[in-house]
Design a protein around this ligand. Structure first.
Ligand SMILES: NC(=O)C1=CN([C@@H]2O[C@H](COP(=O)(O)OP(=O)(O)OC[C@H]3O[C@@H](n4cnc5c(N)ncnc54)[C@H](O)[C@@H]3O)[C@@H](O)[C@H]2O)C=CC1
Ligand SMILES: CC(=O)C(C)=O
Length: 248
């Protein structure tokens, strides 16, 4: 890699976003670790720096363009133009369909759909100027299979898959690849012990090709490839990881 690439990872204080940030930093990429509360990003930044990497903590709500613009400016001032973006920040929701309200829909869609659109728009000029970019959107296997009591969430992630395919066409001519990873169930907040019993995890694992529930590191490895120089001809792909359905 001739220049130090700069990445922005959203929702990076914990879980999949933290794993992606740490993994990208191992490739020599300088990482903007963004989450709602900048203070919560310190742990991810510390782990990256302890490993010899470069990172900066950023606080912003991905659905708020003013906050996103300020965070992007700080990252750009710190490390330079941003040419890698992982739209990972997301919120899940388990609500029976008939109980879904406009307020809930607005909350879920603002984070899961408006967020990736706003953040991508705010860094796009850097990618176009470099004629090189990597965008990875974290969707969900529930967008492909449906998931009972997750209509707001799974439909929002379906929008992320469609957004990915559209942007791949629109941004490809600018040297920018756009892909999505629809994880299956991954240990972390959603799959935390208080949310799912060990017996349920074992039953779930028995249905998965690799016979185990996914880990954030699994997503981070797939993400690192999609953000690499080598992945220049991979775009508009939906790359299932650990239970995610692979569709092209
Ligand atoms: N864990 C799982 O089983 C699966 C997760 N996913 C997706 O992967 C992504 C990450 O999920 P996890 O790491 O499991 O969740 P997580 O809850 O551990 O991490 C999500 C992070 O996003 C941050 N965040 C939430 N709203 C935000 C906003 N408006 N602005 C900035 N940051 C915000 C949260 O503070 C949190 O740190 C999400 O998009 C989720 O929908 C998809 C499939 C399965
Ligand atoms: C939360 C989520 O997307 C799954 C597949 O569990």
């Amino acid at each position: 890699m001739t220049t130090t690439r700069v990445a922005l990872v959203t929702g990076a204080a914990a879980g999949i976003g933290a794993a992606c940030s740490i993994r990208l930093a191992k490739e020599g990429i300088a990482v903007g670790v963004l989450d709602l509360d900048e203070g919560r990003c310190a742990g991810t930044v510390r782990e990256i720096e302890a490993d010899g990497g470069k990172a900066v903590a950023l606080g912003a709500d991905v659905s708020d363009r003013v906050q996103v613009r300020a965070a992007v400016a700080r990252l750009r001032d710190t490390f330079g133009p941003i040419t890698i973006l992982v739209n990972n920040a997301g919120v899940t929701d388990f609500t029976p369909f008939e109980d879904i309200t406009e307020e809930l829909l607005s909350f879920v869609y603002k984070v899961n759909v408006f967020g990736p659109i706003i953040v991508t728009q705010e860094i796009l000029s850097d990618m176009k100027a470099e004629h090189w970019g990597r965008v990875v959107n974290i969707s969900s296997s529930s967008a492909q299979t449906g998931s009972s009591k997750m209509a707001a969430y799974s439909s929002s992630k379906g929008a992320v898959i469609s957004l990915t395919r559209t942007l791949a066409q629109e941004l490809g001519p600018h040297g920018i690849t756009v892909n999505t990873i629809p994880p299956g169930s991954i240990t972390g907040t959603i799959m935390a012990d208080e949310n799912i019993s060990e017996a349920s995890k074992e039953r779930l694992a028995a249905t998965l090709p690799v016979r185990r529930v996914g880990r954030p590191e699994d997503i981070a490895n797939a993400c690192a490839f999609l953000c690499s120089e080598a992945s220049s001809y991979v775009t508009a792909q939906v790359i299932g990881v650990n239970g995610g359905r692979v569709v092209t």
